[in-house]
Ligand binder design. Structure first.
Ligand code: AHM
Ligand code: MG
Length: 354
């Protein structure tokens, strides 16, 4: 006869722990003079994410796969789920009343409409579009900045064209086997996992630290022939091409060859790199002279999260968070990952290694 202790271990643990809402509220209580607007804004973002998640999860059933027939400002075909996610974030953020400026990968221009809104919200509503129809991990990425002086001047594009070091909150959501919300408000990086049965995010990993060095690289190597010799050398080194490894690198303890991992969804590739260490790169190439990824709502939020987790983020020569944007949809080469791996990439770019 089975004893009480033989209850099957595959039963899920009881639901509980700190919710995203509690975590954000706790941060507010720790900030003297906080008005609750920032907390409310993050809760609105969380609501939009839960709505998007429910559609992503049923996309194959709800006629949401495929294209709308339109192209966005980047000249890319708009997927139905892209358009849906964009509408949800827009509606929820506009209704929140906290944003003076809202900009999205899917909108040609920024929305400047609420004189009282203290914040700027920048987002890629559904990143990794090319993976939507094949059931591969996709995500949402966002950054929040504070407007310089909402009382003195109406919302302006200049409020959004600020360097990433001025970000006050950034995050991404990975719609993978589970839905994970990774958030930083400037006090480390924390991840929350959605309990789909009750629609609540619970703290699953507090204070994430990106390992100082990893063992995987993540890059679209199909672009190899379009890269500069510096980038080609860096990849050959990662692959263990001995003649490209200066003795100093060996002494520093890098263990090449690295493993290769590339999903083609920034959120999925960045999340694996953040958790396990290593490096993700989307460098410039002969076809994409400024790289492919967008500074304001892809590169900056990721750079902010990696730096908050002890990692690094560069365009090859400059810290991503120090780049002064000139345009809303500006692109940038992006390299994020473990501190040592990003430093090694930079050495190749500036000619310290070959
Ligand atoms: P998207 O914002 O249109 O989805 O494009 C961005 C995506 C990123 O998720 C990913 O890192 C990159 O494009 C992949 O590009 P490629 O297919 O050239 O490797
Ligand atoms: Mg994108």
């Amino acid at each position: 006869m089975a004893e009480h202790s033989s209850i099957p271990s595959f039963l899920p643990p009881p639901v509980g722990g700190t919710t995203l809402r509690e975590h954000v509220l706790h941060g507010m209580h720790a900030a003297p003079g906080a008005t609750g607007e920032f907390t409310s804004l993050l809760n609105h973002i969380s609501l939009a994410i839960r709505i998007i998640n429910s559609r992503v999860r049923s996309a194959g059933l709800a006629d949401l796969l495929g294209y709308t027939g339109e192209t966005n400002v980047q000249g890319e075909a708009v997927q139905k789920l892209d358009a849906f996610s964009n509408d949800v974030l827009l509606n929820v953020l506009q209704r929140s009343g906290h944003c003076g400026v809202i900009a999205s990968e899917e909108l040609d221009e920024a929305i400047l409409e609420n004189n009282h809104g203290k914040y700027v919200a920048l987002f890629d509503p559904l990143d990794g579009s090319s993976n939507i129809d094949t059931n591969v991990g996709i995500g949402t990425i966002f950054a929040v900045l504070r407007r310089s002086d909402p009382k003195l001047s109406p919302p302006a594009l200049a409020d959004a064209l600020r360097p990433g070091r001025e970000i006050v909150a950034a995050g991404y959501v990975l719609y993978g086997p589970s839905t994970v919300f990774v958030l930083s408000t400037g006090q480390g990086v924390h991840s929350f996992t959605l309990d789909p049965s009750i629609g609540e995010f619970f703290l699953s990993q507090p204070d994430i630290q990106c390992p100082p060095r990893g063992s995987c690289y993540s890059v679209n190597e199909g672009n190899y022939s379009r890269w500069t010799p510096e980038i080609q050398s860096w990849v050959r080194w990662l692959k263990g091409d001995a003649k490209d490894v200066p003795p100093a690198a060996e002494a520093a303890g890098f263990k090449t060859p690295y493993g290769a991992r590339y999903v083609g969804s920034l959120v999925a590739d960045a999340h694996r790199t953040l958790m396990k260490g290593g490096i993700f790169a989307y460098p410039a190439d002969a076809k994409s002279k400024n790289g492919k990824l967008r500074l304001l709502y892809e590169a900056n939020p990721m750079a902010y999260l990696f730096e908050q987790a002890g990692g690094g983020a560069t365009n090859g020569t400059e810290r991503i968070l120090d780049i002064m944007p000139a345009e809303l949809h500006q692109r940038t080469p992006l390299v994020i990952g473990s501190k040592d791996d990003v430093a090694a990439f930079r050495q190749f770019m500036v000619g310290e290694r070959r």
